[in-house]
Every structure is written in structure tokens, then in C-alpha cells.
Design a protein around this ligand. Structure first.
Ligand SMILES: Cc1cc2nc3c(=O)[nH]c(=O)nc-3n(C[C@H](O)[C@H](O)[C@H](O)COP(=O)(O)OP(=O)(O)OC[C@H]3O[C@@H](n4cnc5c(N)ncnc54)[C@H](O)[C@@H]3O)c2cc1C
Length: 399
């Protein structure tokens, strides 16, 4: 059976789906609101669910490019909690299927991953197309864009993130929860000298640091396994990747009122970060000093409530559009990638006549509810930041 898939949103999940559909020989077109690959976020922790999905969807050379441009193996692939002096309070394993022992999925620079996932998609990608809604008429779906133009296809996939316009029409009952938590994320370029001075737990997979008065920061190192230009020349000549050096992602849980947080200039926000670590270990203070003010982005921590099961149709959803979650387990992007791989596989079954289309979409959705909704629930659990909290109903890698 031949059909054409419309993808709304070219973030992590949408791009991976486009690659996976390509691999399954299925026609698709992706519509992204922004004019190009933006800079939304910096570093993404990767687990074996997300990494395995990339392996399934990307051509072999692009998967290898992802691997070689990923973070070097960390000191320990754990979520580590420390105090303001850098002393370890506890560490817990990451969730997800077992990771490779020699060359595990570690972390990526988000923009690099998106650039890799754009490679080879050519005229599938339509940037500067803001989706405004859709109409489902029998077996055809029409996707509308700001400005009045539209595109037609047989299946529509909402990959348009937490504020999904399509979810608002398809599953309008889903509630967006504002946790009230506010933060700012940023990057701090680092060199070998500072790396040598930092308390060793800072070099673990992902680090949550709590200081006097409950001030919290999270830190994640990104140091690519191989210089990006060298990896491109070797594996995928012509693919355009911006140069990326070694940096720390520095996230600060700010306690400023919204009016101040979202209106302040970046130098003022940097001052806020610096004053919050006044009594912290000198090397951590130095790390926060090195934050590039231009990289500071304030954000509010919101997530979705899991939807009750719904009947499948030709309009489906993946990633943050249907299960945006707090960053507790670093699983949001990994889950979006996982969804994309499962959906590409299911639509592949339909294309080869092994399942009918609605059964394939329904199987994808049931699998997502079973695999990802428990992670969403656990991520939003207030106990999730306890040192010894491990959810019972999601897979945890123990070493
Ligand atoms: C600071 C931060 C750190 C994070 N760290 C991690 C981590 O370490 N590991 C992890 O797994 N997850 C992490 N996450 C979560 C992760 O970023 C998301 O879960 C992931 O990006 C979801 O992918 P997605 O494709 O569903 O949505 P997105 O990546 O948000 O993509 C949605 C896309 O849709 C586009 N769009 C939106 N509206 C429209 C429209 N109307 N028309 C057309 N296009 C539209 C957007 O421009 C965007 O490109 C982090 C999130 C943040 C904010």
C-alpha cells in the first residue's frame, strides 16, 4: 500500500521519523515553523532507547557520525547528586535498556544531532511552515499553514512539541501542568585546566548539585569523541555541522518571579547565577563564571498529563506533543526518538501490506502508552529528586 505522511514539527522526533520513513521507502514531507535548525537547548543526555532508535532510522554512516560526535565516555554513566562543595550525596543508574559497555550512548550537542538528522532529507524538509490546524476528510488529511497554504497526505504525525497545535485538536482533553519550577539553561566553555580542577563527580553522566538554602544547579559535560570536521570528512563529506568545542551545560533552578526571569537581560541572569554559587567550591564557582551570558535561556518547567487511551485515526502524535515530561530522567528526547523508530516500523508494516494502516497506527500508540507513559508519570513524581528514588515500573539499568 502506498501512502504519504505529513510530519508537523522538525525537532528531535520529527526529523528522526522522516529518516525512518525514508529507510522504509515511505513518502513523507516535514513542516517546521522555524526558518532553520535553531538553538533550542544545548546538550541531550542519550540512553540506549534513543540511541537504538537512531541506529534503526539513520543510514549507517550518519549513525556512525552521531556516535563519533557524541560525548566521550563519562567517568561514570550515572545521575550523580552532589553538594555545593562537590562531595557526592548519591548516584543512581540511568533508565533505559542496557547500554553498550565499550561505546555507550552518552550525550550529544542537540544542534549537531538535528543537523545530522537533516542530512540527505533534501526536499522532504519545509522550514518556515507554521502549522495552524488540520482537517481529516475520509482517508485524506489536509494540514493548514499560517498564511493560508496547505498540504495533503494520508497520515499526519504531530511532532510539534509541548504546545502542539495538532494535539489541541486531536486530544483536546490533555492537560498541560506547570510545575511552578523555573530555570535557566546555559553553556560554559571549558578547557583541560578547569576540567582537572573540578570535583570528579562533575565528570559523571549528569550531575545535580544542591547548595545552601536548597539552591540547585545541574551540570553536564559535553566533549565530543572526535573533532566534528574530522568525523564529517571521514564519514559523511558534505554534511554541514557547526564546530562544537568542549563545554558544560549549566542549568540553574532560578527563584525569580516570572516577570523578572523572563524580562531580565542575560548579564543580569548571569549575575544571579554567580551570586547563587558564592559559597560553593572554587572550581564550581569558576565554571559558573565561565557561562557565556549570550547562551542563557530562561524556561518554565511544564509537562503533560498522560492521556487516557484513544481510538487510532490517521492523525497520530509522538514525542513532547503527547508526553512532554520533566527532565528528571533525561528521557524526553530519547522517548521522542524511540517513538519515531516504532512508528516508522509500524508504518513500514502497513506499506508492505502486513497490517492495515489503522492497526499499525493503533499498535504504535498502544506501545507508546505502555513504554513511555510510565516514564512520564515517574518523571513528574515529586519523589524523583530523592537520592534513593527508583521507580518500580520502568526499566532501570543496573551495573
Ligand atoms: C533544557 C532542556 C534539557 C533537556 N535535556 C534532555 C536530555 O538530556 N535528554 C532527553 O532525552 N531530553 C531532554 N530534554 C527534553 C527534550 O528536549 C524533548 O523531550 C525533545 O526535544 C522532544 O522532542 P520533540 O521532537 O517531541 O519536540 P521538539 O524537539 O520540541 O520539537 C518540536 C518542533 O516542532 C516545531 N513546532 C512547534 N510548533 C509548530 C507549529 N505550529 N508548526 C510547525 N512546527 C512547529 C518546533 O519549532 C520544534 O522544532 C531537555 C529539554 C530541555 C528544555
Amino acid at each position: 500500500m502506498s501512502f504519504h505522511v505529513l510530519i508537523a514539527g522538525g525537532g528531535i522526533g520529527g526529523l528522526c521519523l522522516a529518516q525512518g520513513l525514508r529507510r522504509n521507502g515511505i513518502s513523507c514531507a516535514l513542516y517546521e515553523a522555524t526558518p532553520g535548525i535553531g538553538r533550542a537547548g544545548y546538550r541531550l543526555h542519550m540512553n540506549a532507547a534513543g540511541g537504538g532508535a537512531l541506529q534503526q532510522c539513520l543510514p549507517a554512516n550518519l549513525f556512525e557520525l552521531y556516535m563519533q560526535t557524541s560525548r566521550k565516555n563519562p567517568r561514570r554513566e550515572t545521575f550523580t547528586m552532589i553538594d555545593h562543595l562537590g562531595d557526592e550525596l548519591g548516584a543512581r543508574p540511568h533508565i533505559g535498556p542496557p547500554n553498550d559497555a565499550e561505546r555507550p550512548h552518552t550525550a550529544v550537542n542537540r544542534r549537531t544531532l538535528r543537523q545530522i538528522m537533516c542530512a540527505g532529507l533534501g526536499d522532504v524538509l519545509h522550514f518556515g511552515h507554521t502549522v495552524t490546524g488540520y482537517e481529516l476528510d475520509g482517508e485524506r488529511v489536509r494540514l493548514g499553514f499560517a498564511g493560508g497554504s496547505s498540504a495533503e497526505g494520508d497520515v499526519l504525525v504531530a511532532a510539534d512539541g509541548i504546545n502542539s497545535v495538532i494535539r489541541g485538536l486531536r486530544l483536546p482533553e490533555v492537560v498541560v501542568r506547570d510545575t511552578g519550577m523555573r530555570g535557566m539553561y546555559s553553556i560554559a566553555p571549558v578547557d583541560e585546566d578547569l576540567l582537572a580542577e573540578l570535583p570528579p563527580p562533575l565528570l559523571d553522566g549528569f550531575v545535580l548539585a544542591t547548595g545552601p538554602g536548597g539552591t540547585t544547579f545541574s551540570f553536564g559535560l559535553f566533549d565530543p569523541r572526535r573533532p566534528l570536521d574530522e568525523a564529517v570528512a571521514d564519514l559523511a563529506p558534505g554534511v554541514e555541522l557547526d564546530p562544537v568545542g568542549t563545554y558544560f551545560m549549566v542549568n540553574f533552578s532560578a527563584r525569580l518571579p516570572d516577570a523578572e526571569l523572563f524580562a531580565s537581560d542575560q548579564r543580569r541572569l548571569h549575575e544571579e547565577m554567580r551570586s547563587a554559587v558564592r559559597d560553593w567550591a572554587p572550581a564550581i564557582r569558576e565554571l559558573v563564571d565561565r557561562v557565556d551570558p549570550a547562551s542563557i535561556v530562561p524556561n518554565s518547567l511544564r509537562h503533560l498529563e498522560p492521556a487516557e487511551p484513544w481510538a487510532p485515526s490517521r492523525v497520530t502524535l509522538l514525542g513532547d506533543a503527547v508526553h512532554a515530561m520533566p527532565p528528571t530522567f533525561g528521557a524526553g528526547a530519547n522517548s521522542a526518538l524511540r517513538d519515531a523508530a516504532v512508528l516508522a516500523t509500524e508504518l513500514g508494516h502497513a506499506a508492505r501490506g502486513e497490517k492495515d494502516l489503522l492497526t499499525a497506527i493503533g499498535d504504535f500508540e498502544a506501545n507508546m502508552r505502555a513504554e513511555v507513559f510510565p516514564i512520564l508519570r515517574a518523571s513528574a513524581d515529586p519523589r524523583a529528586f530523592d537520592h534513593d528514588y527508583l521507580p518500580d515500573d520502568i526499566p532501570v539499568v543496573r551495573r
